[in-house]
Ligand binder design. Structure first.
Ligand SMILES: [Zn+2]
Ligand SMILES: [Zn+2]
Length: 227
């Protein structure tokens, strides 16, 4: 599958079927600068950059990399992309220390039989809801703990549609990741309340229409026995 434009100025540029089976999905928002949502597992930076070029966008404008949480399939490419383009790495503060310490368990690098070297974070988000303003447009970062303590869900309203980047909202919920079912229950309820029109998910692609987004989140909740 090739990278493509999901709706005006929102793209998928990486993921298991696009760049590398080990990558979580990588999304791109074209604003005054380019905002990358997650960065793949690290082996596919060149492919991601190629895709951005092929879509007619300029990777030199990659100003911000928003990391939804601290797992290697989402953060692995971020240090190299920052090195090339000077992008700022943003993550919730509760998921920052695994990156800064290169923690092999909490980053899940062990699982992927690789290493994540200690990496400084440029901006740590620390409120339940943080608004990033870029060129007059807003990206809202919701703290939605559950899968990890610092998981973020990101959304924006554009052309009458609400687009939600939910990444690993499906879990898994594992003790070694610091997952918490009660937090996850609250967080997924918050995501339902958003009534998003499009869900850009971390491993399973894109759900379009309000109903499909809702059904998907509800199916995840049933899987963990919460209604
Ligand atoms: Zn993932
Ligand atoms: Zn994860």
């Amino acid at each position: 599958m090739k990278a493509y434009e999901i709706m005006k100025d929102i793209f998928i540029v990486g993921g298991p079927e696009i760049t590398d089976s080990r990558d979580g999905c990588v999304y791109l928002i074209n604003m005054e600068e380019l905002v990358l949502v997650d960065s793949g597992a690290g082996w596919s930076v060149d492919k991601i950059i190629n895709n951005i070029n092929e879509l007619g966008l300029d990777p030199q404008k990659l100003g911000t990399i928003l990391l939804t949480h601290c797992h290697i399939d989402h953060i692995g490419g971020a240090p190299e992309i920052r090195k090339r383009y000077g992008s700022k790495l943003c993550i919730h503060e509760l998921d920052a220390s695994p990156l800064e310490n290169g923690d092999p368990i909490l980053t899940a690098a062990n699982w992927y039989q690789t290493a994540f070297y200690p990496t400084k974070v440029d901006r740590k988000l620390n409120s339940p809801e943080e608004i990033l303003e870029i060129g007059g447009e807003k990206i809202i970062c919701l703290h939605t703990p559950g899968h990890t303590p610092g998981s973020l869900s990101i959304y924006l309203d554009k052309d009458g549609k609400r687009i939600l980047f939910g990444q690993d909202l499906h879990g898994p919920l594992l003790k070694e990741f610091g997952s918490n079912l009660e937090d996850w229950d609250r967080s997924t309820k918050k995501l339902l309340d958003l009534e998003a029109d499009i869900l850009c998910e971390g491993h399973f692609g894109i759900y379009k229409t309000k109903k499909k987004v809702k059904d998907y989140i509800l199916s995840c909740r049933r899987q963990y026995g919460v209604q």
